[in-house]
Design a protein around this ligand. Structure first.
Ligand SMILES: Nc1ncnc2c1ncn2[C@@H]1O[C@H](COP(=O)(O)OP(=O)(O)OP(=O)(O)O)[C@@H](O)[C@H]1O
Ligand SMILES: Nc1ncnc2c1ncn2[C@@H]1O[C@H](COP(=O)(O)OP(=O)(O)OP(=O)(O)O)[C@@H](O)[C@H]1O
Ligand SMILES: [Mg+2]
Ligand SMILES: [Mg+2]
Lengths: 164, 154, 164, 154
């Protein structure tokens, strides 16, 4: 399960922000444009999402806080997910797994699993067959709920094969 | 490999039909194997809404499509829970009565799955164990935890 | 202004149904799947819409009531729009204009303006520069409100030229 | 021809900015000429939300995009009323506060334009002069006229 997410410099989250989740259902609410979908995208991004379209970006740099009328831009976006692994669902010898992703304006990226540097590929491999990988059924973006109905029969099949 | 998928499909088919009946108060739904373009294996979603005839998914209304997708999604969660899921406004197209059915079923899903739900709908907020409020100040997002009583009362 | 619409055999409107409109704001409400968007599509269809995608159809015949568990299918879809023309906004010598479109399962179509048979082309010409023709800004389908924002600069330009 | 479009664009630019400020409570919006692919003439929409920096439209939230489109649409209706317009759930993505601003402005639009509005939102229903209820019976749509008092009271 997801214990908490720490977001800093990612999209509209200029300052370091922590969100702790309930084991059952956590609701995220707020006005239009407040940053709710940005939280969902931060989680996706930390899980290794690379498609700029899915993150509503034109370029990779768009995920870094670009400043507002009250605040300066920042140079880096960082998101950390803290997962509970006491049931050893993930094949790693830790009770808790922290996945961290950083991106700098220079275009450089850094990835960590429990503070050890790793490659994006390692994060992808950790998530294979969990429903949280790419095309996973476990993350539904805004406006995407009925997308599965419009896909081709072949696409529907591979969507279900990911779950099988 | 193919056999394992076939077994999964059989189970999913039954689950999808059960959840569909629960959310729509009747009707039926199934997943059928088809051969697509270039002899490729594919899956088709077939639904029949209560009182109506089976129709191509494209003719369904916005709310009916959303609820059909939700039925398939919940069927998947029932058979194969993921470590957690993130759902961003999947209830947007539902009318008030359907939000009630959706949230009632979501509460059951929450017993075996961890759910992070972004929503504007009161009915959905009421089945959350905790509400996190996001607000924008000086162009920067801030977080505050909201007591559930606020929502239940007001 | 639109005085009323008469729908018969079009999509979920198996029986002859009349809707009368207010001069200012008329609201159409009801549960999911009750037929609200079908009313909007009936109006569009009578105004000469031909794109099956915009009418959520795979084939032209999909607009004819295909039957339900309680009713048999019908053989024809017909929609009539009654427009007030007392200000002579439309270049025709009538105070009231009735536009009728019919489509049969055989694939045949009929069009009428004030009960005189005409061609689809005549209906299109009547609507040129009114915002109600194709790509008109006056009809926004479900889920389409922000479509204009995603179009290319050239498409935005031609959208605005239609209005100019 | 080009001059006529340029004059229209100038008027629309001012109107769009005014309506935008009304709906968003600040900020600014404009339409700019650009040269697109293959030297083709195009138009770009530029917006700056209150308190935020100007950003590409893609980064806006679902509700912000809807309200921006609505501002442009209302600006067009102000300059060039059509005989009538049909709007199908254009308020779906708006939060309650934005539905209030949207419906208040729609009421003004209704003074010089005939509007047919399909909606699920109470705030939008309240500015309608008349409500038509659609219901499904035996797989067939039926119409009934609803007294406004029902909605205002309940
Ligand atoms: N890199 C960035 N720097 C600063 N602000 C950003 C950045 N990327 C996005 N934003 C801002 O974040 C806001 C959108 O946030 P988000 O999509 O999370 O809203 P939301 O709460 O989901 O709203 P809705 O209810 O309308 O869906 C936009 O106003 C956008 O300007
Ligand atoms: N040719 C047809 N014959 C019979 N029923 C049809 C036909 N075409 C569409 N329908 C039915 O019309 C219904 C959809 O109606 P519509 O899209 O108008 O709903 P709606 O009121 O707009 O709902 P929502 O609030 O979810 O958008 C579907 O249930 C569909 O099965
Ligand atoms: Mg959002
Ligand atoms: Mg609809």
């Amino acid at each position: 399960m997801l214990k908490k997410v720490v977001i800093q410099g990612f999209k509209s989250f200029a300052e370091k922000t922590e969100i702790t989740f309930e084991p059952s259902i956590t609701g995220i609410v707020g006005p239009n444009g407040s940053g709710k979908s940005n939280v969902a995208e931060a989680i996706r991004w930390a899980l290794g999402e690379t498609k700029t379209k899915i993150l509503r970006s034109e370029r990779q740099q768009d995920v870094i806080f670009t400043g507002s009328q009250g605040k300066k831009p920042v140079g880096m976006a960082e998101v950390t997910l803290i997962l509970d692994n006491s049931n050893k669902y993930f094949p790693l010898p830790y009770d808790e797994i922290a996945i961290t992703r950083r991106f700098f304006r220079s275009g450089e990226s850094e990835f960590y699993i429990n503070k050890s540097p790793c490659r994006l590929k390692d994060i992808h491999e950790l998530l294979v067959d969990t429903g949280l990988g790419k095309h996973g059924y476990a993350i539904i973006g805004q406006g995407q709920v009925d997308e599965i109905l419009f896909s081709s029969p072949e696409e529907k099949r591979s969507y279900l094969e990911e779950a099988a | 490999m193919e056999q394992r998928f076939d077994e999964f499909l059989k189970l999913l088919n039954e689950e999808f039909d059960l959840v569909f009946k629960d959310l729509f108060g009747g009707g039926r739904a199934s997943l059928e194997k088809v051969v697509g373009g270039e002899q490729k294996e594919g899956i088709e979603i077939i639904v029949e809404l209560p009182g109506k005839k089976r129709q191509s998914l494209g003719l369904l209304s916005g709310g009916e499509r959303a609820l059909t997708s939700i039925a398939l999604l919940f069927a998947l969660f029932n058979l194969k829970p993921s470590p957690f899921c993130v759902l961003d406004e999947i209830d947007a197209a539902l009318d008030e009565a359907n939000v009630q059915r959706f949230s009632a079923y979501l509460k059951k899903i929450g017993e075996r799955n961890q759910v992070v739900l972004i929503t504007h709908r009161r009915g959905s907020m009421e089945v959350c164990t905790k509400l996190i409020g996001i607000s924008m100040q000086d162009g920067c997002s801030k977080v505050l935890s909201l007591p559930m009583e606020n929502i239940k009362a007001g």
